[in-house]
Design a protein around this ligand. Structure first.
Ligand code: UGA
Length: 442
């Protein structure tokens, strides 16, 4: 099938590359010349394991091309996939300007019968708007069908998720267009959900909102566990054995971040508000997450009295491991809090360091090249991302580099029993603290 993809962000690029890998002819369109020439040379503009290799393979086998030219990009396309960004407006609603522009570009530059597939996360009703724009701008000989096909891939495992997803959701106006998109994915052998367009759009928001709810729920339980001296890991293990609950996505931590959950939860509150429904539950999920991200700095302040002039190690800056994405990362709020309290920061992340530096800046923050360097001479260490490198750290790194090791682990990286052999004061999420027999005088 001849497919064009507009937008080479996470969703567009990974989708385009994977569709070419299952033998479709794919052209990815992006306005950024420099980015396009890099991709054409097999270099991914985003950090995603395995993506460079897959781009190169499909470019070399002539199934995948990149262009900035719309006319060239849409030539012969039977399917055009919209995968442009939907950033947040000030009020939390989704900014649809890139979507509208993409629809106008398709009407202007494509030809013949085209199925327009929306992969970007868009508020319920947006595909109606896309259809109206296409109809208003179409030229002689053109006909359009609109299909909603939301994306469920995760950063860091994007290729695996695309090739092995739990479901492919297809919302269409007609059975024919839905079937055509189903056929496009058929080599993947993934179950389909065939539905109407509004339901497909809602499945995406409801899924992300539900996953965010799971995290905030578990984080609240973890906060209560801390007060009652219970252990969240045993609690979630016990909960997860109930098949109705399931054991996945129940990790307590410093809160969810990234480009999706924070944005999509706020957008769904807006979407509900637009039809006069106050989404109390989801508002609480968002509030719980905001508090969770601020929690460590509060705890540290209570423990040390004040943070003025203190040197604090921050291990992990990305919103989760295996990505350099800093969007809504807990580290942003944590470092902002540390700065406000007058602390200085030694920060380390295996991949996101440069990205973080450009966003957070260097005021009161030094970026270093290893966990050991980050810990050196600090008064306390905060763990914010569970990179393997941080989880696998020999615990004597804390005792060798810090004179009074005090650790706040926002990702429960270490086994409590193992810690008991070290003179480390260790606080994690929803688990009893480990405090050495002689408490440190920090
Ligand atoms: C999320 C969804 O998982 C994808 O299905 C969806 O396609 C994507 O959003 C999107 O809408 O594009 P992603 O943001 O890449 O994917 O990352 P996740 O792995 O879901 O993690 C999100 C955040 O939740 C991270 O900060 C992570 O640390 C946190 N998290 C996740 C927890 O705190 N606990 C958990 O048990 C799981």
């Amino acid at each position: 099938m001849n497919i064009s993809v507009i937008g080479t962000g996470y969703v567009g690029l990974v989708t385009g590359v994977c569709l070419s890998d299952i033998n479709h002819e794919v052209t990815c369109i992006d306005i950024d010349e420099a980015k396009v020439s890099k991709m054409q040379a097999g270099i991914s503009p985003i950090y995603e394991p395995g993506l460079d290799e897959l781009i190169l393979k499909n470019v070399q086998e002539n199934r995948l091309t990149f262009t900035t030219n719309h006319l060239e990009g849409f030539a012969g396309a039977e399917v055009v996939i919209i995968a442009v960004g939907t950033p947040q407006n000030q009020d939390g609603s989704a900014d649809l300007s890139y979507i509208k522009q993409a629809a106008r570009d398709i009407a202007q530059h494509s030809s013949g019968d085209v199925i327009v597939v929306t992969k970007s996360t868009v508020p319920v009703g947006t595909n109606d708007l896309i259809r109206d724009i296409l109809e208003d701008n179409k030229q002689d000989g053109q006909s359009f069908e609109v299909v909603s096909n939301p994306e469920f891939l995760r950063e860091g495992s994007a290729i695996y998720d695309t090739m092995n997803g739990d479901r492919i959701v297809i919302g269409s106006q007609t059975e024919e267009s839905g079937e055509k998109i189903k056929k496009m994915y058929s080599p993947l052998n993934i179950p389909y959900v065939m539905t109407d367009i509004h339901s497909a759009e809602m499945i995406k928001y409801a899924s992300n909102a539900y996953l965010a709810t799971k995290i905030s729920f578990v984080n609240e339980i973890s906060n209560i566990c801390e007060k009652l001296k219970a252990n969240i890991e045993d609690v979630t293990y016990g909960m997860g054995l109930d098949e109705r609950i399931g054991n996945r996505f129940l990790n307590a931590g410093i809160g969810y971040g990234g480009s999706c959950f924070p944005k999509d939860t706020k957008a769904l509150v807006q979407i509900a508000g637009n039809v006069d429904h106050k989404f109390d539950l989801l508002e609480s999920v968002i509030n719980v997450n905001n508090k969770q991200q601020a929690k460590q700095v509060e705890q540290l302040k209570d423990r040390l009295g004040n943070l003025q002039g203190k040197l604090i190690a921050v291990l992990g800056l990305a919103f989760k491991p295996n990505t350099d994405d800093m969007r809504e990362a807990a580290s942003l709020r944590v470092i902002e809090g540390l700065r406000r309290e007058g602390a200085n920061v030694q920060a380390y992340d295996p991949i996101a360091k440069e990205n973080a530096k450009s966003i957070i800046g260097t005021e009161q923050v030094t970026y270093v090249d290893s966990t050991r360097e980050a810990l050196r001479g600090t008064d306390a260490a905060l763990i914010l991302t569970e990179w393997d490198e941080i989880k696998d750290l020999e615990l004597d790194a804390f005792t060798l580099e810090m004179s009074n090791p005090l650790v706040y682990d926002g990702r429960n990286c270490y086994d409590l029993e193992r810690l008991k052999g070290y003179p480390i004061e260790y606080h994690s999420i929803g688990r009893p603290p480990v405090v050495p027999a002689v408490a440190h005088q920090v």
